[in-house]
Write a protein that binds this ligand. Structure first.
Ligand code: AMP
Length: 359
């Protein structure tokens, strides 16, 4: 275990070289750290702003040993890092944050909802099923319709299907990949919100104002933040964040996706044990943004203030939309963030803009 707080001039390791890793690396650089990225793909976005890159698979022991030699504090930018890799790094004496438990829970929708309910956090009713027949049987008690999702490796609405009648469950089970699934009761939400929060090495917690999120084709399109909410809703979100962070003995930034019901109750949809797309507004709307906050937390520094100083509309730039960079850069209210990706495939997140108004 390295001595904390980690002094400037030290190197922080990041598993994953995508845009989240890039924005983490830029924030780390501002605080005087170097960054080492472990990433399978040559030339990935984060590697081009990092002092060191180890090219290799996330579960390659040689690559993990090379990262451990460069960095005694390591974090990750996506939740499908193998939990065994985190355990391997920990065994090499590296302080990995958030830890293996948060990662393992976030990787399995059943473990996630079970943890949340045990921590006193409300979710939709759910059931687990490993076979088509079990899915059909589970619907007898859960009712219809249900949203069937693969337990693992689902993201941005992939691997999901509504099932209207129990008799259709076996067909749906095959359609999502014939893998273990979770069946979820419908959340009759009025809005999708999220809360970004952080917990430091000493257990201190900082929570950002709520964000309101709009998706298109399962992908985040826009975030409005701070969301217009009552003080009761804001308090509820803070309590939820505190229960989750403390329950996981978490270190770092977490993204918590919420459903707001008509009666004002908040249900947690899912948790992301990392910086989160719905927190990109904080880069220009808050005193200390989610990326710097995450670096502060994992390095054992004091957490920074989370107050908003602007009203922000965050818009993801998908595919060719990022080609409008010159026009966007010419708008005085718009802050442009581009990820340096070379291949603008349709729907790919190429960057985002934050449009600012006074609070
Ligand atoms: P997820 O992959 O769990 O983030 O789900 C993707 C999207 O599907 C969410 O942002 C919601 O719009 C919708 N969704 C997920 N779970 C439910 C549910 N139980 N009831 C209604 N809508 C849902």
């Amino acid at each position: 275990m390295p001595k904390l707080p980690l002094p400037p001039g030290s190197t922080i390791g990041i598993l994953g070289g995508g845009q989240l890793g890039r924005m983490l690396a830029l924030a780390a650089g501002r605080l005087g750290f170097d960054v080492a990225i472990l990433e399978p793909e040559v030339g990935a976005p984060a590697t081009r702003v990092a002092a060191h890159t180890v090219v290799g698979a996330y579960d390659d022991p040689t690559a993990l040993a090379a990262l451990a030699k460069l960095a005694r504090v390591v974090t990750f930018e996506f939740e499908n890092v193998p939990a065994a890799s985190v355990e391997h790094l920990t065994a090499l004496g590296v302080a990995v944050a958030p830890g293996a438990r948060a990662l393992a829970i976030a990787q399995d929708r059943v473990a996630e909802k079970t943890f949340l309910n045990e921590a006193g956090v409300a979710t939709v009713a759910f059931a687990a099923a490993d076979t088509a027949q079990a899915a059909q049987e589970a619907m007898a008690s859960l009712g219809a319709p249900v949203l069937m999702k693969t337990r693992r490796e689902g993201y941005d609405g992939k691997g999901q299907r509504w099932v209207e009648h129990a008799a259709e469950a076996p067909v749906a089970f095959e359609a999502v990949g014939a893998k273990p699934v979770i069946l979820e009761a419908p959340a009759n939400f009025v809005r999708e919100l999220s809360v970004i929060a952080a917990r430091g090495r000493g257990g201190e917690i900082a929570v950002y104002p709520l964000a309101e999120n709009h998706h298109e084709k399962g992908v985040l399109r826009r975030t409005y933040a701070p969301a217009k909410v009552t003080s009761e809703t804001a308090d509820q979100a803070e309590r939820i964040a505190a229960k989750i962070l403390s329950g996981l003995d978490y270190v770092g930034v977490i993204g918590i996706e919420l459903f707001e019901l008509a009666d004002g109750r908040l249900l947690v949809n899912e948790i992301a044990p990392r910086v989160h797309n719905t927190g990109h507004w904080t880069m220009d709307g808050c005193e200390v943004d989610q990326f710097e906050q995450h670096i502060r937390a994992v390095a054992g520094w004091p957490l920074g203030p989370t107050h908003a100083h602007a009203q922000v509309e965050m818009l993801n730039l998908l595919g060719k939309e990022a080609d409008a960079w010159a026009k966007l850069a010419g708008e005085p209210e718009t802050r442009v963030h581009l990820y340096g990706k070379r291949d603008a495939k349709p729907g790919r997140k190429m960057g985002h803009v934050n449009r600012l108004r006074p609070l």
